[in-house]
Design a protein around this ligand. Structure first.
Ligand SMILES: *Cc1c(COP(=O)(O)O)cnc(C)c1O
Length: 494
């Protein structure tokens, strides 16, 4: 094994945070009564909470990470000239070094990159295949009148399968799609890691397969590269023959297969804001720059401050450091393994940026119309001030246009997204304890109903009410067993 890939070079078993803390942001401790009041006031919607009422905030890993001292130094180096700032030259150099893509177009975040790209390349009615489209990607494709098609591999549907690359594209489905829609696929997209599919990685072998199909059908390949470094780390750890290579080299191999990418720097840019499109085709780049001036800004800043460009340039170099990725994945794996050991239903194997709880199996006494994911997220908050995100029928449920009937999502998940370099091991121990506390009283957790909801993206602003608490007869079997002797003993006291 090459030195570069040796887990923690001190050869100790404990994987520590590979940083010291220079600046701290206090966390306000709250009581259970305070949290009960706060969540009721927010209509039982965690998006409605003030962040000062949250103890550990795992709502998203997007733009919520901590910057390094070198990034803060870069912030001071930022040049705010309207045109031709050296900050842009440094940003462009870092993106080229990471991706090898010659044309670099800055945007204020990932969805702005998508909003720039799709109207330029996609015609109404055309098909854009992807392993799984992220929601903003899908929305921007649909806004351009095109159709977003998800083609995830079969293993992605089995939450307990330990398959190493559950983010892979289903290559035979892609081949059929490209064959059926010849001339009507403006590009193929692959999301690394597959965020909507549980943060699962895509193998280099799968990407090579996608590339071969793109060559055969003469269609460009773009990466949704938001978590390219986390993917590269998982490839290094899981794919045969990749152990001895650096994360940067593996990432470069992925980009070498692509014609371009969209990126949110709020993820693996290790920055709080920013994004970009990069590509090989100079004509496309020209077209994108023309549109950029109208929607985002001049091509050397694209909706960002010079200081943001410098922070991203530095972040792109830090995100491929071996020690950083070892620590990040170790802390996610740590939580997933401990929860799985206790029988808590979690998505396996551990993905790149989050822990996913399977709310359907966590709260089997609730039907989907009682929104088990939302019910579980509320309990995690009340129990320990943990803010997580429902990814189930509240977020992804659809109203059938014809019948007006509500259609459920394919899974009822709760995502605990881990901000980068922000929380320590003891915070993760606390997260495990909170989940366990809720797990131990799962049989009594009530469902929720929607009181009011906006027509689109309802999860952000919907208000809920708790249903009456579950009856004893509907408790899961194991909870009943555990309760019985306790109830017997309690008799005397009652
Ligand atoms: C976050 C994300 C985006 C959108 O990026 P924003 O910076 O939030 O606009 C696109 N694709 C994936 C896979 C993402 O995770």
């Amino acid at each position: 094994m090459a030195e570069s890939a040796t887990p923690l070079r001190t050869a100790m078993k404990t994987i520590i945070e590979p940083f010291r803390i220079k600046s701290v942001e206090p966390i306000r401790m709250t009581t259970r009564a305070e949290r009960e009041a706060a969540v009721a006031k927010a209509g039982f919607n965690l998006f409605g909470l003030a962040s000062r009422d949250v103890v550990i905030d795992l709502l998203t890993d997007s733009g919520t990470g901590a910057m390094s001292s070198e990034q803060w130094a870069a912030i001071m180096r930022g040049d705010e000239s309207y045109a031709g700032a050296p900050s842009f030259a440094r940003f462009e150099a870092a993106v080229r070094e990471t991706t090898g893509l010659p044309h670099v177009i800055p945007t204020h975040q990932g969805r702005a990159a998508e909003h720039l790209l799709f109207p330029a390349v996609a015609q109404p009615g055309q098909i854009v295949p992807n392993n799984t489209h992220f929601d903003t990607t899908r929305a921007n494709i649909e806004l351009a009148g095109a159709i977003a098609r998800d083609l995830p591999c079969a293993a992605s549907r089995d939450m307990q399968s330990l398959a190493p690359f559950k983010g892979d594209v289903d290559l035979s489905a892609l081949e059929r799609c490209l064959d059926e829609h010849r001339g009507d696929v403006p590009l193929v997209m692959v999301t690394i890691t597959n965020n909507a599919g549980g943060g699962q990685p895509v193998s280099l072998a799968n990407l090579r397969g996608v590339r071969a199909l793109c060559d055969r059908f003469e269609v460009p390949l773009f990466l949704d590269a938001c978590r390219f470094a986390e993917t590269a780390y998982l490839v290094q750890q899981r794919e045969r023959g990749e152990r001895g290579r650096t994360i940067a080299a593996i990432a470069r191999s992925m980009f070498d297969l692509a014609d371009g990418c969209t990126m949110s720097a709020k993820k693996d840019g290790l920055a709080n804001i920013g994004g970009f499109v990069a590509c090989r085709d100079s004509e496309l780049a020209d077209e994108l720059r023309t549109r950029l001036v109208v929607t985002e800004g001049f091509p050397t800043y694209g909706g960002l401050a010079g200081r943001d460009l410098d922070a991203i340039a530095q972040g792109l170099r830090e995100v491929v450091e071996q020690d950083y990725q070892e620590y990040r994945h170790a802390s996610i794996r740590y939580v997933v393994e401990r929860l799985a050991d206790r029988g808590v239903p979690v998505l396996l194997p551990a993905g790149g940026h989050a822990i996913f709880l399977d709310a359907e199996r966590f709260l089997p006494h609730l039907g989907w119309r009682e929104y088990p994911g939302q019910a579980l997220a509320i309990e995690l908050y009340v129990s320990g001030g943990l803010r997580a995100c429902e990814i189930g029928s509240v977020m992804l449920g659809r109203i059938d246009a014809k019948t007006g009937e509500e259609l459920r999502a394919s899974h009822e998940l709760v995502r605990l997204a881990i901000p980068r370099r922000t929380y320590t091991q003891s915070h993760m121990d606390y997260v495990i304890e909170v989940v366990e506390e809720v797990w131990n009283r799962r049989g009594a957790i009530p469902g929720v109903r929607i009181v009011e909801a906006p027509r689109v993206l309802r999860h952000f602003r919907a208000r809920f009410a708790r249903l009456p608490a579950a009856k004893a007869g509907t408790k899961p079997a194991s909870a009943k067993k555990a309760k019985k002797p306790a109830a017997g003993r309690a008799k005397g006291r009652a």
